[in-house]
Design a protein around this ligand. Structure first.
Ligand code: NIG
Length: 384
């Protein structure tokens, strides 16, 4: 297998407690698709090829554990209305459902590929995406199939909203029965939007139990637009993650801290939709595991920028830069229950993000500035 030496690293973030420290420069060796060595550049072994990153910072690729990228159409009009003062409501999801149902497979796949490429170009090397803009058996199955062809982590979100042409009970039966059957081979996760106006606690628990019976891990959209039972339902069901988690009571924070459910915060979404900044500091201080994700979708948050999420988590939610970077890499991996990504310990998947900066501090200090200099994914240089 070919070995690659990445040398001249100014700051190396591995998330390895025994990883190299002190003044660099550092180096890292990739053997095939894995990290095989990290240390001081002066001690690096000889390799088949070598790249000098000239004092730049290297960190694990972002693990974006929450996106909704199987969609068609756009929500520019809704965005313009919100910019003029109208509040965000989840009703806009229906606009995207109509457009997505009308789109061809080729159009949906091309849009998904374009958005994934956009994310990779900004350092995202592991990405989750969801169904949820189909909301019929055929349309959800199609979305799951298209997602599975492009993305390594796929989530079934049939329980996003109840379509207008059916009752809540009938739709829940469909989601937990024929719709789940139709997507199960293409997805690893099941998700439910547990929020006032979407699915209540009982319905959410039922969706998660139906997924569990089919071997799918659980995820919950909860506490996005106001306080609610989402966190409790997620923790009780042993879900891998509760996402949004913006409006939390002390009991919610304690429940997360005492559980294996990750609090996946979506700070760009909260910014765009006029919600308070997510309570990252409170969660971290309580001992909960925190992840940061983009929530890229056409309505509530149309950005694939994980760097923006890191910046917002520092500037508005009180995390240190190191904590925010950790949440956007290792935290995302934990939210997806993955051990192979989100870090650069020996044996990790060789997913590297090289910054056009000497340290990760620039990610927070320079919001909106594109700082990705190079990206390796599974040992292959994919950018530039
Ligand atoms: O995570 N909360 C529900 N789902 C998406 C909203 C998507 C939309 O508005 O289209 C979210 O924000």
């Amino acid at each position: 297998m070919t070995t690659q030496l990445i040398t001249g690293i100014g700051e190396l973030t591995t998330h390895d407690p025994d990883g190299p420290t002190g003044p660099g420069p550092f180096a890292l060796v990739i053997d095939g698709d894995r990290v095989s060595w990290t240390g001081l550049a002066a001690h690096a072994p000889a390799c088949d090829t070598s790249v000098d990153v000239d004092g730049r910072a290297v960190l694990p690729g972002w693990v974006d554990s929450h996106t909704h990228l199987v969609f068609a159409g756009d929500r520019r009009e809704e965005f313009a209305q919100r910019a003029a003062g109208r509040p965000y409501t989840a009703a806009g999801i229906r606009t995207t459902v109509t457009a997505t149902r009308a789109a061809s497979d080729a159009d949906l796949a091309a849009r998904l590929r374009r958005h994934v490429a956009e994310a990779v170009g900004q350092g995202t090397t592991c990405l989750e995406t969801k169904t949820g803009y189909g909301l019929s058996v055929a349309d959800e199955a199609r979305a799951a199939r298209i997602a599975a062809e492009e993305v390594e982590e796929v989530t079934f979100l049939g329980a996003h909203l109840t379509p207008a042409d059916t009752t809540a009970d009938e739709y829940l039966e469909l989601v937990c029965g024929p719709m789940l059957d139709a997507v199960a081979d293409d997805v690893r996760w099941i998700d439910v939007f547990c929020e006032q106006g979407a699915f209540d606690a009982d319905a959410a628990a039922r969706v998660l139990a139906a997924g569990d019976a089919r071997g799918l891990g659980g995820r919950v959209h909860g506490n996005q637009l106001g306080p609610g039972p989402g966190v409790r339902v997620a923790v009780e069901a042993g879900a891998a993650s509760v996402d949004h988690a913006t409006h939390l009571t002390d009991a919610d924070v304690d429940a997360l801290a005492g559980s294996s459910t990750v609090a996946t915060l979506l700070p760009a979404c909260d910014l765009v939709t006029g919600q308070p900044a997510p309570p990252a500091r409170r969660l971290a201080d309580a001992g909960a595991t925190v992840a940061l994700a983009s929530n890229a979708n056409p309505g509530s948050c149309y950005t694939t920028s994980m760097a923006l999420c890191v910046s917002l988590a520092v500037l508005r939610s009180g995390l240190s830069v190191d904590e925010a970077v950790r949440a956007a890499t290792l935290g995302g991996a934990r939210a997806l229950r993955r051990d192979d990504v989100g870090h650069l310990r020996v044996g990790a998947r060789a997913d590297l993000h090289v910054l056009d900066a000497p340290t990760v501090v620039d990610l927070a200090q320079r919001p909106g500035v594109p700082l990705t200099a190079a990206v390796w994914r599974t040992g292959r240089r994919v950018r530039p």
